[in-house]
Design a protein around this ligand. Structure first.
Ligand code: SER
Length: 317
């Protein structure tokens, strides 16, 4: 990995991943790919090259790949689960037609490709506890349909053409830098913002609904480590379960209250997000990632909560 294109560089994952990779390989070109209306600003813009790179525009992508001699593509363009339910055709177009553009360019130009999958690739028939690496994947959401197709297409391009595709199934990601937009797990980010601002939080997910979650520094580490992993050790490729913590809104509320006494939360359950959440695993088994590329998270709920509150106090107060 030397010349890297991050597609979706201004999004929740991309904004932090681009900066991390730039720090890792200062001698390389780490291109912040963006679409019109979501241009990079500030440090992201100033610390390296950026280029318009719309997954739905294959010619534009090819130009960027050739101009910067790209060897690794992080494809982070996606509509998250709740938005994808409102715009299913657009979600398919971005997530799958866009992926096909990328995989074809990767095949012709020798690029490695990371396209994340998600807990959303599972469905109601999937075992909910210690969800195995290889198990039933029959999602009911459009987001999930695109993620299963992403895993299959990525593996297809590896087996058929030798394209070096690898990825992980991200849990809900929690960060203090860039907000997610339109996901089912967004509540676990928004709750910290409300708590730090001293506001009551209105939770759209019902008590007792467990989902895997992860602090962004661990997610970024996974995205880098999987692409740097020794390929001879990889039995799986697309995509690895990775896990670090699982909680429901009550556990999260209680944890935040330990640090911000008096924090208040009430429920106004959103039926769309709730139905999606109930179809996802409670807790994934990530032993294959641990065995095949030494995956190990650093943050648990306590460590994340301390860090989130500290960072958000500096940012918001
Ligand atoms: N965080 C995503 C969502 O909620 C799932 O990967 O849509």
């Amino acid at each position: 990995m030397k010349n890297v294109l991050v597609i979706g560089s201004t999004g929740q994952i991309g904004s932090e991943l681009t900066m991390k990779i730039r720090r890792m390989i200062p001698e390389g070109n780490v291109v912040a790919g963006f679409i019109k209306g979501a241009e990079p600003k500030g440090e992201l813009l100033e610390s390296g090259p950026s280029a318009e790179a719309d997954v739905c525009n294959g010619e534009q992508l090819l130009d960027v790949v050739k101009k910067y001699k790209i060897d690794t593509i992080y494809n982070l363009a996606a509509l998250l689960s709740a938005v994808a339910e409102r715009k299913p055709q657009l979600a398919w177009h971005i997530q799958i037609d866009g992926l096909m553009n990328i995989l074809e360019i990767a095949r012709e130009n020798g690029c490695a490709v990371f396209t994340p999958s998600s807990i959303g690739s599972f469905g109601p028939e999937t075992p909910r506890q210690n969800t195995p690496q290889d198990t039933i994947q029959r999602p009911r959401s459009m987001y999930g349909c695109t993620k299963v197709a992403t895993e299959l297409l990525s593996d297809y391009y590896f087996h058929k053409y030798g394209v070096d595709t690898r990825s992980v199934r991200f849990p809900g990601l929690i960060s203090n830098v860039t907000l997610p937009g339109g996901g089912t797990t967004d509540y676990a980010v928004e709750i910290y913002y409300a708590a730090v601002k001293g506001e009551e939080f209105v939770c759209p997910i019902a008590p007792g609904t467990f989902m895997d979650m992860m602090y962004m520094p661990d997610a970024l580490k996974a995205a880098v480590d999987i692409m740097n992993a020794d390929p001879s050790r990889l039995v799986h490729r697309n995509s690895f379960n990775i896990a670090s913590m699982s909680f429901d809104p009550e556990i999260l509320r209680a944890k935040i209250t330990e640090h911000i006494p008096g924090f208040k939360m009430r429920y106004e359950v959103d039926p769309v997000r709730q139905a999606i959440a109930e179809s996802w695993p409670d807790k994934m088994d990530d032993s294959c990632a641990r065995e095949e590329w030494d995956w190990k998270p650093s943050y648990d709920l306590e460590g994340m909560t301390v860090d989130m509150i500290d960072a958000l106090r500096k940012k918001l107060l």
